[in-house]
Design a protein. Structure first.
Length: 187
């Protein structure tokens, strides 16, 4: 439900097959939010496969496959390309249009927490804060330094309930804490 949009008439919810992740970028001209197109989940190749296989997404409203998903390296390359174009003021309407979910990295400019505002017609956005070293208690009650990062989410409650956002947040947190779990789950 996070990769969806609400129609202008607010009468329909559209599930979107392509995961076009909008990334907020600070530029000399101000904030701009281009997006990386077709960032879908893939299955890792088995020993008998030579290519990645896409993991299908389906629910009662949509059964979606796409052959245009990108590798992590392709996503990184796209992000670098978009950042260069954004700084130069040369993004195209295609670079800016069609986003389905937004990420705002306020940590890159020293921010620690914010309440992100959804970019309509999208239905969700996340804001990532700066990683900080803060004191926390360990299991024995001793204070130890721990690296923490605040992440805040906003979701359109016409489409996403709070429990869904909380489950998404917990899963996302788990992936950050143990990246291998994400790769295992995708295979």
């Amino acid at each position: 439900m996070l990769n969806a949009s609400v129609s202008e008439s607010e009468t329909e919810i559209k599930m979107i097959a392509s995961h076009n992740i909008s990334v907020a970028m600070d530029t000399p001209a101000g904030l701009i939010v281009p997006n990386v197109k077709n960032v879908q989940v893939r299955h890792a190749p088995s020993p008998h496969q030579t290519e990645w296989q896409l993991k299908p997404y389906s629910n009662s409203r949509c059964s979606c496959y796409t052959s245009q998903a990108k590798s992590i390296m392709e996503i990184a390359k796209d992000l670098n390309r978009l950042q260069e174009l954004a700084i130069a003021g040369k993004l195209t309407p295609n670079d800016l249009g069609g986003g389905t979910f937004s990420i705002s990295n306020i940590g890159s400019i020293g921010g620690t927490y914010m309440s992100p505002v959804i970019m309509l017609p999208q239905v969700a956005i996340g804001a990532i804060g700066q990683i900080q070293k803060l004191p926390r208690y360990d299991a024995e009650g001793n204070v130890e330094p721990v690296r923490l990062m605040n992440v805040s989410w906003s979701g359109d409650h016409r489409v996403i309930d709070g429990a869904t956002m909380a489950r998404f947040s917990n899963q996302w947190k788990g992936y950050l804490e143990t990246p291998v779990s994400m790769l295992t789950e995708m295979s």
